[in-house]
Design a protein around this ligand. Structure first.
Ligand code: OGA
Ligand code: MN
Length: 313
């Protein structure tokens, strides 16, 4: 097996790994090491099933179960539900038909076009996401995923800014994040009921736990981060947007162009990512994500918040 860098700053490709069996300790160690160094790791040709993807993911942490699974009883026009434990990120509905880009059923997913870290609107200790391209559009049709390195972005900040932001707490909010990502119109009570997340707080500057180069600090300002705890709204928004703009500069971006059976792993703690639009409704893009946490039981963020008494059952 070999790890080959894909970008001057971060991101690499792992070549020669077999993901069809549960990974042995050599593969687990290699992936942990590569992730600690590169933050994003692409594995091409991972022709595996959802169950194999889950088994591989679980070798690195407990799965975060998608929160809406229990509410997602067949809504034929809604996005597909695959199997418990898989978050659907593709453009197919329950019947396997393409949901047009402009369709109402796709409107929430567009929030992913703003750079974000998965699940930062949750309390759970998010670790990685693993996104699998089961069907992918041709390269010219859009649908690439962009990644930024929030460690390099932190390193490059002027010392005065590092001093200014040390110890600040970011406020993360799902719906306000969606609004800032361009969500139009009213959020319906039904939508609020299905996704009832309150604001949560995370350090604005954090580091990834664990060994090696990952004592590195990073900016935690993905798209759900809307302000700073204890600051006025305008002030907080201004700082968050300044840091976001800094961290999403061209020089920090790796663009992943998908091929069928790619599995791309990213560290949600120290990278951000953004979907890009599909340029045509003619193509199927069937993308399936597992998300893992650093620790904790395998449960959904919703169940976890209910258990923590943050929202009513
Ligand atoms: C995700 C995500 C981007 C994409 O699955 O978390 O943001 O390009 N996906 O599908
Ligand atoms: Mn995402």
């Amino acid at each position: 097996m070999e790890v080959r860098p894909l970008h001057p700053v971060f991101a690499a490709e792992l070549i020669g790994a077999d993901l069809t069996n549960a990974p042995d300790s050599a593969l687990v160690d290699l992936v942990e090491q590569a992730m600690a160094q590169y933050g994003v790791l692409a594995i091409r040709g991972a022709e595996i099933t959802d169950e194999q993807q889950k088994a591989f993911s679980r070798a690195f942490g407990p799965l975060e179960i998608p929160s809406r699974a229990k509410d997602a009883a067949p809504r034929p026009q809604g996005r597909r539900v695959i199997t418990p434990g898989i978050f659907y990120a593709g453009n197919l509905d329950h019947n396997g038909e393409i949901i047009p880009y402009g369709d109402d059923a796709a409107k929430l997913a567009k929030g992913a076009e703003r750079f974000h870290t998965d699940s930062s609107f949750h309390l759970m200790p998010t670790k990685w996401s693993l996104l699998h391209g089961v069907e992918t559009p041709p390269p010219s049709a859009g649908g690439d995923t962009w990644f930024t390195d929030a460690r390099a972005a932190y390193d490059d900040l002027p010392q005065a800014m590092k001093d200014r932001i040390e110890g600040l707490i970011g406020v993360h909010d799902f719906w306000e994040g969606r609004r800032r990502a361009g969500l139009q119109g009213e959020i319906t009570p039904q939508e609020k009921r299905i996704i009832p997340f309150p604001e949560v707080e995370h350090p604005l500057v954090r580091s990834v736990n664990g060994s090696g180069p990952n004592g590195r600090k990073c900016l935690y300002v993905g798209g759900h981060c809307i302000g700073i705890k204890g600051w006025g709204e305008a002030e907080g928004r201004e700082l968050v947007e300044e840091l976001y703009a800094h961290a999403t500069q061209e020089k920090y971006i790796y663009r992943h162009q998908w091929k069928r059976w790619d599995l791309v792993i990213w560290d949600n703690r120290c990278t951000m990512h953004a979907a890009t639009p599909l340029l045509s409704d003619a193509y199927r893009r069937d993308m399936r994500r597992t998300t893992i946490n650093e620790s904790g039981p395998e449960t959904s963020a919703l169940e976890w918040m209910i258990r923590q008494g943050l929202i009513a059952a």
